[in-house]
Design a protein around this ligand. Sequence first.
Ligand code: PXP
Length: 264
Amino acid sequence: MNPTAPLLGVNIDHVASLRQARYRGGLHPTDFAEPDPARAVHEAELGGADIITVHLREDRRHINDRDVEVIRPLTRMRLNLEMGATEEMLGIARKLHVHMCTLVPEGRQEVTTEGGLDVIGQLARLKTMVAKLKDPAGHSGGGMTVSAFIDADVRQIEACRSAGFDACEIHTGPYANAFAASGGDALRPALAAEIARLADACHAVRAMGMRLHAGHGLNYTNVAHVARIPGMTELHIGHSIVARGIYVGLRQAVADMKLTISRA
Ligand code: PXP
């Protein structure tokens, strides 16, 4: 393994999505409802995950409150809570002492997170929220690392710095779409343009002194271009790993992704 490769955050939301496909009416903590995302934490850890990510959505459509409460003490690596920028989520993140949280926009109708957070449009509110999340008082880990999921846009990155975020997670969805449309041919103008846009945004994040994360739509074939961006510290990946896990097991799927990133 390459020790300078970005860390891998494994998003296990879709383990809960599969459970909810059957147990839509909600579940009591003692119900036998599978697959249990808490078990996925263990498998991801054995596969070499560096970070576990769960997104507690406002409508609790996949991960629910019980999941986060059970997963927090089970997670021996970092737990990253993805959440909307609301007072309710702030309370949960602080109560559970999660290590890190990533603020994302939330639209009730979207299947998954579709666009980056508009930090410019809610700068004052986010500044207050970030300060509360980073406050070391009463947090066993000395405060959370706070990241914003944003589009590859230098103005949003500047706003993140003003708001006090520790990290920016650059939205790689448009890159992933261009990769698929171009068959992965980086000489095709559409894909070349997306790679250049990502590189510029990532450079800006580092130049402004924040940690550099990226995620959304990354898979085993498209991850290499993103993994080799200078200064990339974390990649956050869910769907492709859980999908591969159906065939090869989650532990193996995580290990395969670790190796793919390491080789990039
Ligand atoms: N990062 C963020 C902020 C996300 O919202 C998601 C999707 O939940 C991911 C990364 C992972 O995206 P994917 O499931 O496409 O790998």
